[in-house]
Design a protein. Structure first.
Length: 337
């Protein structure tokens, strides 16, 4: 039992660290509206509403620290944190719904044990003072930890229980991609213009123009008539970097009928160029300096994230997480390559 608690605790801490460095990204929610009497519904996941209040609570709980309370977020930092919070809430809601369908849940006692494991060294007065400073309550903390641990426990003890360790990432990616593809996810607060452009299979791929490493603009529309893999990545994402040599190999095999566009998220040209050279990449590497293409147009839910686009500019496949070369080759074969 103690080993399992320790393992889950380490997973939770990793999730908190990941949230801190911005591993996960999603389309930004609408700007916070003026105060109103009812909660603002930002997203609906298979009928379950996610409100602006829930996003604020997610931001505050994910940053919560008893010993060293972080300063308040403002401006672009707050907007980015809300982006990440919405992504976490949508993804977590999908997994929690899957867990409930299989009758899986954690008891109140199990959640209480985990709260105590994480914050038991703080006195009640210290904990309450830190919560008050963060604008949170103990119920908020129990809610967040309960959800995080339920997702982790369901994933490891049910979904991947009989899967060999080396296969777990691939099995999870396949399962989650199917889960998301079948989900009905709506963003009621989005403008009509935003709603009309959705990076979803069966829809035209949103066009974009970004600077390449040489500074020249590159547009997705430039490659109409070819099959395109748009891969969103960052140097701080280990699986992003490890999958790129496979994409390079496939690119060289099927070029010029197939092209890879590696869209880097908000890193310096010098840093990106260093990694691209080190990996021997010859396909175009583009710089999404402000994150608009990654976060808003394509609503990438994790790093890496990939989209396969056919010759007519229509998305035929979306993949969250690292995509095996075998999957890519299968999809290309379906398109006649």
């Amino acid at each position: 039992m103690m080993k399992r608690l320790l393992r889950i605790t380490l997973v939770l801490l990793a999730l908190v660290i990941v949230a801190g460095v911005g591993w996960f990204r999603l389309i930004a929610p609408p700007a916070p509206p003026p105060a109103e009497t009812g909660p603002q519904v930002v997203a609906v996941v298979n009928g379950a509403a996610i409100t602006g209040q829930m996003i604020d609570r997610e931001v505050n709980t994910s940053r919560f620290n008893v010993l060293a309370p972080p300063p308040p977020l403002t401006g672009d930092d707050l907007a980015l944190a809300r982006d990440e919070a919405l992504n976490q809430l949508v993804s977590r809601q999908l997994i929690l719904q899957a867990a409930r369908r299989q009758g899986f849940s954690l008891s109140d006692a199990e959640v209480a044990d985990r709260v105590d494991l994480l914050f038991g060294t703080a006195t009640p007065a210290e904990l309450d003072a830190a919560l008050a400073q963060a604008g949170l309550t103990r119920d908020d903390l129990r809610w967040w930890i309960g959800q995080i641990f339920t997702v982790e426990a369901f994933t490891t003890d049910v979904l991947l229980a009989d899967v060999p360790p080396d296969d777990r990432q691939a099995v999870y990616n396949s399962w989650y991609n199917a889960l998301r593809a079948e989900a009905e996810i709506q963003f009621p607060g989005r403008s009509d213009a935003d709603a009309a452009v959705q990076a979803l299979p069966g829809q035209p791929a949103p066009d974009f123009t970004l600077a390449g490493l040489d500074g020249r603009p590159v547009s997705l529309a430039d490659y109409r008539g070819r099959v395109v893999l748009v891969n969103f990545w960052a140097t701080w994402c280990p699986t992003c970097v490890t999958e790129m040599p496979d994409y390079e190999q496939v690119y060289r095999q099927f070029s010029p009928d197939f092209v890879v566009l590696g869209v880097n998220l908000q890193e310096s040209p010098a840093q990106v160029e260093k990694y691209a050279a080190g990996l021997g990449l010859s396909f175009p590497v583009l710089l999404d300096a402000d994150g608009q293409v990654t976060n808003r147009q394509y609503r990438v839910t994790g790093m890496p994230g990939s989209f396969i686009i056919n010759r007519d500019g229509v998305i035929i496949y979306r993949h969250a997480g690292p995509m095996p070369a075998k999957t890519l080759r299968t999809k290309l074969a379906d398109l006649g390559l």
